[in-house]
Design a binder for this molecule. Structure first.
Ligand code: 9MR
Length: 393
């Protein structure tokens, strides 16, 4: 069994394990379990899966070990958004997605504007969702999330207009002339941004334009229009909703390096050319124990150009199973990432890429990894929550 030191328990806000022994067939461990972790005489604690260990009849021939993580007590009950706003930020927010909205316990937390003052639709405003066939727009799912934000008094980030991924095949495999594709982008961005006019705080107009080495990503937009697709999209978005902040959003630009430099050079050029650009989004999909060290410096390079910046898709994944040590490191990592935004005045807000492990994109994308969010899959806060609180306070 894993043991918590007294110091660690205080620092991380853990509740000590309940005393006593579990009965035959009772639960004796598993992620999130805070009850007894030893079994009555004649039974043995057997790991059924990482979430459930059980006292089964018989005596162990060897010591059974399981990963048990204790429950977390919030170090503040103010709520993450309340703390962020008190510290001068516009919001602390979360991504969400339509299928999850049938989970009422999930929605209750998402809708608590003390925790979340902003939401981003994870999928339902993307091109494949909004214009699956040319010129035919569907906003049903996007509207559900826009209306939820409105009902909850939460800001909305629009995500996204132009991206290489989640494109309907009529776009990704279309053979367009430059003039055709210009019209297609103008119509798509203009219609989608126009549909949500007045409801969106900021739009990720262009998403992930660069490869990790800082070269331009090869996709239908770049291959047909070279870099001009960026200004075409931004201008169409500005015309459609003059009050929405227009962002370019990417990952692996959080540390100094070729990709961050490429983004910096792009926005400098856009500014020089008089193209509308208000902000840069830093996705921040990180790994426990290796969050970037030059993040604040990079943020400041962008704000020095007069832009705002935001953390748009934060999560910090780990190799499973989660352990107390990994969760403690994750808390430190969340704290340092959020602190970087806190230290930069024009870093306007922080969005986590869903608040709970229950609906995180990570496990289905990175085999063997997960537990990336501040709430676990039982919708209970993890030490990461207190890491965020520490940065926001
Ligand atoms: O969270 C989104 C997930 O549900 C989708 O399957 C995935 C498909 O590409 O996109 C996820 O969101 C991505 C976001 O739109 C852009 N940055 C990376 C995010 C995680 O993949």
């Amino acid at each position: 069994m894993m043991k918590l030191s007294a110091t660690f328990a205080v620092l991380a806000g853990f509740i000590p394990y309940a005393l006593g022994q579990a009965q035959e067939w009772g639960q004796c461990g598993g992620i999130g379990w805070t009850g007894a972790t030893t079994c009555v005489s004649g039974t043995t604690c057997v790991v059924v899966n990482s979430y459930y260990s059980q006292c089964q009849p018989g005596t162990a021939t060897s010591t059974t070990s399981t990963t048990t993580t204790a429950s977390t007590t919030p170090s503040s009950t103010a709520g993450l958004n309340t703390l962020a706003k008190a510290a001068g930020k516009l919001y602390f927010g979360s991504a969400t997605d339509n299928p999850e909205l049938s989970d009422s316990a999930y929605v209750t937390i998402l809708s608590n504007s003390k925790e979340f003052g902003q939401i981003t639709p994870g999928n339902s405003m993307k091109w494949d969702a909004t214009e699956p066939t040319r010129g035919t727009f569907t906003f049903t799912n996007g509207d559900v999330i826009a209306n939820l934000a409105k009902t909850n008094g939460q800001l909305l980030r629009g995500h996204n207009c132009v991206w290489h991924n989640q494109l309907p095949s009529w776009v990704s495999s279309g053979s367009f002339t430059a003039a055709d594709l210009t019209t297609v982008i103008q119509n798509h961005c203009g219609t989608v941004v126009g549909h949500y006019k007045g409801q969106v705080y900021s739009w990720d107009v262009v998403n992930e334009p660069f490869n990790d080495d800082g070269t331009w990503r090869s996709d239908v937009f770049y291959n047909t229009l070279n870099t001009t697709y960026v200004s075409i999209a931004l201008q169409a978005a500005r015309a459609a909703d003059p009050n929405a902040k227009l962002y370019i959003n990417d990952y692996n630009i959080e540390n100094s390096g070729a990709k961050a430099t490429a983004m910096l050079n792009l926005v400098k050029q856009l500014i020089a050319d008089g193209v509308p650009i208000d902000g840069v989004g830093f996705q921040c999909h990180f790994i426990v124990g290796s969050v970037p060290t030059s993040f604040q410096t990079v943020l400041e390079q962008f704000t020095a150009l007069g832009l705002e910046v935001a953390i748009t898709e934060l999560d910090i994944r780990m190799t499973l199973p989660e352990t107390d040590a990994l969760l403690a490191q994750q808390a430190k990592d969340y704290q340092s990432v959020v602190q970087a935004c806190m230290n930069v005045e024009k870093c306007v807000g922080i969005t986590i890429w869903d608040y709970t492990d229950k609906y995180s994109w990570v496990p289905s994308t990175f085999s063997g990894q997960g537990a990336a969010c501040p709430w676990d899959s039982n919708l209970t806060i993890k030490p990461a929550y207190n890491g965020i609180v520490a940065a926001l306070s």
